[in-house]
Design a protein around this ligand. Structure first.
Ligand code: SAH
Length: 248
């Protein structure tokens, strides 16, 4: 990775104190990773239309800080754990999870090929080890024994409503592991609709983390779902069914 003076053109402002509130004191390598990720995203976005977030400040707060909030829930028991990020898009939250927690093994899945190509390019450029993006649908990967019940943590942001998301996430989680669903204002309504999905898929909501307790005016929530039972092999149902006919 090329080294450059990050202070030259990128201003971190309130972002760094907020990272500290999450218990993260970034190294120069991590700050360089943030800048390099942004530069790659801007460059490739012109060609491939990967994200609508193209301003540096928005990128810091809506992509990096949002992902960093997951550090509130990665328990130290799993400090060497494996993570699967479903529907990563341009690599959110998977890529920041990895460079903020280099000990975690991170895999990502996305249904759009240009996005997984981009993520793999970023992983190479940022020299992220044990990081890989796979192209395809969660519904298919979840029936592959190399993926099913293999992950300590499964993450997702902006992929589907919670009942659908649970069907896409829980099959990948090891029994005793966790799914972390990053949610916005609708979190309560989505949880209310999720009892059937939780019961059928073997999950239990263990807590809802509100990062605004540490970061003022933070708009999102993390729903922490523990996998308490094996997910029956009929789930997830075939492509598209979890969203067309959610378990509600
Ligand atoms: N997580 C990213 C991207 C959200 S957009 C972020 O928060 O910025 C939703 C992404 O999920 C898209 O890139 C889409 O291709 C992917 N996606 C939606 N349903 C999927 C499925 N069933 N399997 C795999 N990827 C899926």
């Amino acid at each position: 990775m090329s080294d450059f003076d990050i202070n030259k053109s990128y201003y971190f402002g309130d972002f760094l104190p907020n990272l500290l509130k999450l218990g993260i004191k970034p190294t120069q390598f991590q700050l360089n990773s943030i800048v390099r990720f942004f530069e790659l995203l801007i460059k490739e976005n012109k060609l491939f239309n990967l994200t609508s977030i193209v301003e540096w400040d928005d990128f810091l707060f809506r992509h990096i800080l949002d992902s960093a909030c997951l550090n509130l829930v990665f328990s130290s028991d799993f400090s060497k754990g494996s993570v699967l990020d479903i529907g990563s898009g341009a690599g959110i939250p998977g890529i920041p999870i990895k460079f903020l927690n280099p000990h975690l093994k991170v895999q990502m899945i996305d249904a759009t090929r240009k996005k997984t190509i981009f993520i793999n390019k970023v992983s190479t450029e940022l020299e992220l080890k044990d990081t890989c993006a796979h192209h395809g649908r969660a519904e298919d990967f979840a029936h592959n024994p190399q993926f099913r019940s293999q992950f300590d943590f499964v993450t997702a942001r902006a992929v589907a409503e919670l009942p659908t998301l649970l069907e896409l996430m829980l099959p990948f989680v090891k029994k005793g592991g966790y799914a972390f669903a990053m949610k916005g204002k609708t979190v309560d309504q989505e949880i209310q609709k999720s009892s059937k999905a939780l019961f059928e898929l073997g999950g239990r909501i263990s807590k809802i983390v509100d990062p605004s307790e540490v970061i003022e005016n933070y708009p999102g929530f993390i729903v922490v779902i523990e996998k308490i039972e094996d997910t029956p092999s009929r789930f997830p149902r075939r492509n598209g069914v979890p969203s067309k006919s959610p378990l509600i």
